[in-house]
Design a protein around this ligand. Structure first.
Ligand SMILES: Cc1cc2nc3c(=O)[nH]c(=O)nc-3n(C[C@H](O)[C@H](O)[C@H](O)COP(=O)(O)OP(=O)(O)OC[C@H]3O[C@@H](n4cnc5c(N)ncnc54)[C@H](O)[C@@H]3O)c2cc1C
Length: 443
């Protein structure tokens, strides 16, 4: 598997992973690669949610000419292979972490931005009439130990005071009566605005909306060389070139080693993996009591996340391998299956029918940035730390605003500083191995 810590860019003509989502698409759009020289106001590298949402907003709202180039097909990165949780958040900072770091008012502004990101996905689904199997059901963040329950209760109380009934604490008893029955999950925070989607159908919907708005999207055209001139940029692919006044880097966890100094060594690509089971039987379903459409994640350092799919299979995800070359090893699949059986012991004989992995982008200080170079016309948004479906959609819109209407951006930390560099970046992987060992002991 492509490994962004050691390779400069993803090679072209790589298949989508053999995921449940890719198998759900009857006909993928026919795309073309870049084979000539082309000019645009703005060139965007990466055709996932970030790139396609910014392209759509730049073309539709601000009338810009936009070219998007991807190393593979649209949605080949994380956007076509995630779990489809439309979440009220990004990064890894809790509400209390944010209050300690930025103060109450800013933390509140950030949380408001998270809720706005869910609305933004909803708006685009409506505007584009995207059929992405949207399923209401809400999101439950669950304590995996009794000792974690009190912290979640305090967070829920605080959030509810500000955001009303759409956020509430659910005690252990109510979790098993109304949401799911598990041997090792306790109380949690429930967000009823969250919903689930088929992430591949969503990204292909964004692709269609951007194309209809006049954006030119080229597939199988990795950017291999970048020349920065005084007032424009040239991006070179195998057989073509894009010249543009501004460039947006929208490559998140798939950003290779030599993208640009604004982002190099400033994020850490980490693998997350997913298994999908066969459809559960009626008796298995009634034993686990998992509410249709519910998305759940636990409070482990190495989190598990899961949902019941519309055809009664369980999707179950968690940490992947450390290196790309080990992403598909059976041990990774087994670890997830063990996690699933531990969560729902009654599923001890369930078979797995799909297994795949993708790169999420972690940052040194656990939250993403939507930022730009001071004078060179280079913009980026990345570092969603594994929760970027909703936020990257909004980030795309914010990137368009920051180019065309910067005064309209809310005053938030995402665009007040650059992504910080990882100290000792070459040792990130060794550090991750040590962290996984420590975290599994603590969990
Ligand atoms: C297993 C898994 C489960 C997840 N589940 C969830 C979830 O349920 N909810 C949630 O909120 N988030 C989830 N995420 C995270 C979420 O999917 C991402 O945050 C989001 O998709 C990021 O979108 P993006 O457009 O920024 O990047 P991507 O979709 O990753 O797109 C980046 C693109 O850049 C392209 N690229 C890279 N380098 C070059 C180059 N040199 N030239 C041209 N193109 C290039 C790649 O080909 C790729 O298509 C999950 C991630 C994984 C891996």
């Amino acid at each position: 598997m492509y490994d962004p810590i050691v390779e400069p860019y993803p090679k072209s003509y790589q298949q989508y992973p053999n995921s449940y989502w890719a198998n759900s698409i009857e006909k993928f759009p026919e795309t073309t690669s870049l084979v000539n020289d082309i000019q645009a106001d703005i060139a965007i590298i990466g055709a996932g949610y970030t790139g396609l949402s910014s392209a759509y907003h730049l073309a539709k709202k601000y009338g810009k000419s936009v070219v998007v180039i991807d190393a593979n097909e649209p949605g080949w990165g994380c956007s076509g292979r995630n779990a489809g949780f439309v979440l009220p958040g990004t990064g890894r900072l809790s509400l209390f972490d944010m209050e300690n770091k930025w103060g109450e008012a800013t933390a509140q502004g950030v949380f408001h931005e998270y809720m706005t990101s869910i609305d933004t996905v909803n708006d685009l689904i409506e505007q584009g009439n995207i059929d992405c199997d949207k399923t209401a059901g809400g999101y439950l963040k669950l304590a995996h130990k009794r000792t974690k329950v009190e912290t979640l209760r305090k967070q829920a109380d605080k959030l509810r005071e500000r955001y009303g009934e759409s956020v509430k604490f659910i005690c252990s008893q109510d979790v098993s009566n109304s949401f799911l029955r598990s041997g090792n999950m306790y109380g949690g925070i429930y967000f009823d605005k969250s919903f689930a989607v088929n992430p591949m159908k969503l990204v292909l919907g964004y692709y269609e909306m951007a194309s209809k708005a006049g954006v030119k999207v080229f597939s199988n055209s990795p950017v291999k060389k970048w020349q920065q001139k005084s007032n424009h940029h040239c991006l070179y692919t195998q057989n073509g070139r894009v010249t543009a006044e501004k460039v947006i880097i929208a490559t998140n966890g798939y950003t290779g080693t030599k993208m640009h100094k604004l982002v190099n060594h400033r994020h850490f690509p980490v693998l997350s993996s997913i298994i999908v089971t066969r459809p559960l039987t009626d008796s298995e379903l009634s034993s686990i009591g998992l509410k249709t459409g519910l998305m759940a994640m636990d409070t482990r350092r190495m989190k598990y996340y899961y949902r019941l799919l519309p055809d009664n299979r369980i999707l179950f995800g968690g940490r992947g391998a450390i290196q790309g070359k080990n992403a598909d090893k059976p041990i990774i699949k087994k670890r997830l299956l063990d996690g699933l059986k531990n969560t729902f012991p009654v599923l001890s004989t369930v078979e797995v029918e799909h297994f795949w992995s993708g790169w999420v982008s972690a940052t040194y200080d656990n939250y993403p940035r939507i930022n730009h170079s001071d004078d060179k016309g280079i913009y980026y948004s990345m570092g969603y730390c594994g929760s970027g479906l909703a936020f990257s959609t909004l980030a795309g819109k914010r990137l368009a605003q920051s180019i065309c209407e910067p005064e309209s951006l809310p005053d938030l930390p995402f665009w007040q500083s650059q992504l910080p560099k990882f100290p000792f970046a070459q040792f990130r992987r060794a550090g991750l191995g040590a962290y996984y060992a420590f975290a599994s002991l603590r969990d």
